[in-house]
Design a protein around this ligand. Structure first.
Ligand code: AMP
Ligand code: GLY
Length: 432
């Protein structure tokens, strides 16, 4: 099979790394990829939002399967345009990607299907939202309806914080049209986990759970990021919890989307808050998590390619997925300053030493190579991923590899995995 992966992050590197091992693969392309992906795939200089050029390339190169990494091209209709051109795609249509693209849509679907989630109200008028907040009182969560690069969620501990969030989103339009409408919802507490299932329109095949670390600093302090590290399995997602998640959240969503004439194909990523009453849905994403994908790929035993092809072709009922008994853990190294402003172009050395640590694979996110020099070109730059019999051992190996990397302008959290290891969180050191 000739395969094109769309994206340039650590998620796409891990997908390419796993696809490359498939005996069914004859050619792997990645658009636009990064310096690390170049070791697995031929890079194609087309941006992820250049839908017309991606479709043209897939047709011209007789691509058998396009695997779409990020949400933006999905909400823009890349999977639809590919299917219209006769090219198979792993990823939802724009009509189904709205599950991630509109938080209000997701909440309405949950309400219709009886999926457990925080109570909510949708607002398209700032005046009504401000009045609701004054009446309701804190805490509560204010969310921009549309895609806001992970920044459109404000946990408001006071009424003033909620009012300021509404001002920023709806009046100042800090997230552009994504904030034209907002969702205000109940603040939930508990433990968060990410759960993944493959879906082919009607059948859902559970994958496994992972836990992410969203805050930039040790001890879960500082501003939120796209994710500073992850591990799998997640101890809180026991087999009994997994079957609850499938029965109460994933399967009703898949049925609801099909009934709404928006059948979902691809990977459904449920962000969950779990407490003694069971799992509640925080959000759906319509793609693999980043960096969660890196630990999923490290643990996956099955050949990924026929599984993704089966999802794209509506044949998921005919495949099984097997996992290694091992755990996996990824530590993200980011450019100093991230998630705020950061410099590009600093040199990274020592990746060969890191990759030589047994069980470790270094996935690239924001890197470029020129004349043999590897430089950082993004916020999250590397994902140091280790597989080992236990999370504790994977953590030790990942940090051994991190310490072999010579990159003075990079930093990472030193406590990835603390929840699974029963540690108390390390005192916050922010992004130092
Ligand atoms: P989201 O982009 O919707 O995943 O939200 C980002 C983060 O905000 C989540 O990972 C949670 O940590 C937090 N969050 C979102 N919604 C809620 C909620 N209703 N209650 C508590 N925390 C939330
Ligand atoms: N790591 C969280 C996400 O990919 O949305």
């Amino acid at each position: 099979m000739r395969v094109l992966v769309v994206g340039s992050g650590g998620r796409e590197h891990s997908l390419c790394w796993k696809l490359k091992q498939s005996p069914l693969l004859t050619k792997l392309y990645c658009a636009p990829g990064n310096a690390g992906i170049a070791a697995e795939a031929e890079r194609v200089p087309i941006g992820v939002e250049d839908i017309a050029a991606l479709v043209e390339f897939a047709k011209a190169q007789a691509i058998d399967l396009v695997v779409v990494g990020p949400e933006a091209p999905l909400t823009m209709g890349l999977a639809d345009r590919l299917r219209e051109a006769g090219v198979k795609a792993f990823g939802p249509s724009a009509a189904a990607a709205v599950l991630e693209g509109s938080k209000g849509f997701m909440k309405d679907l949950a309400a219709q299907m009886g999926i457990p989630t925080a109570w909510y109200r949708r607002f398209s008028s700032a005046k009504a939202a401000l009045a609701f907040v004054r009446d309701q009182g804190a805490p509560m969560v204010v969310k921009a309806d549309g895609l806001a690069a992970g920044k459109g969620v404000v946990i408001a501990h006071t009424v003033d914080e909620a009012l300021a969030a509404i001002e920023a989103m709806m009046v100042k339009r800090e997230f552009g049209t994504a904030g034209a409408e907002i969702v205000i919802e109940e603040f939930l507490s508990g433990e968060e986990a990410s759960f993944f299932a493959l879906v082919d329109g009607t059948t859902a095949l559970p994958l496994v759970a992972a836990q992410d670390h969203k805050a930039v600093g040790d001890g879960d302090t500082g501003p939120n990021t796209g994710g500073m590290g992850a591990y799998s399995p997640a101890p809180i997602v026991t087999p009994a919890m997994e079957s609850q998640i499938m029965r109460r959240i994933i399967l009703p969503a898949v049925r609801g989307m099909a009934e709404a004439g928006r059948p979902f194909t691809g990977v459904l990523f449920a962000g969950l808050m779990i407490d003694k009453n069971g799992p509640k849905l925080l959000e759906f994403n319509v793609r693999f998590g980043d960096p969660e994908c890196q630990v999923l790929m490290a643990r996956l035993d099955s050949d990924l390619l026929p599984i993704l092809a089966a999802a794209a072709e509506g044949r998921l009922d005919s495949v099984a997925v097997t996992w290694r008994p091992d755990a996996a853990l990824v530590v993200v190294m980011a450019a100093r300053g991230y998630p705020g402003p950061y410099a590009k172009g600093s040199e990274i050395r020592g990746l060969d030493k890191a990759a030589a640590v047994k069980g470790v694979t270094v996935f690239h996110a924001g890197t470029e190579a020129t004349n043999g020099t590897l430089t950082a070109q993004g916020g999250r730059v590397l994902g140091i991923t280790a597989r080992a019999p236990t999370v504790a051992r994977a953590q030790a190996l990942a940090y051994q590899a991190v310490d072999a990397i010579d990159w003075p302008d990079g930093f990472c959290r030193r406590d990835i995995g603390w929840r699974a290891l029963g540690d108390s969180p390390k005192p916050g050191r922010g992004a130092e």
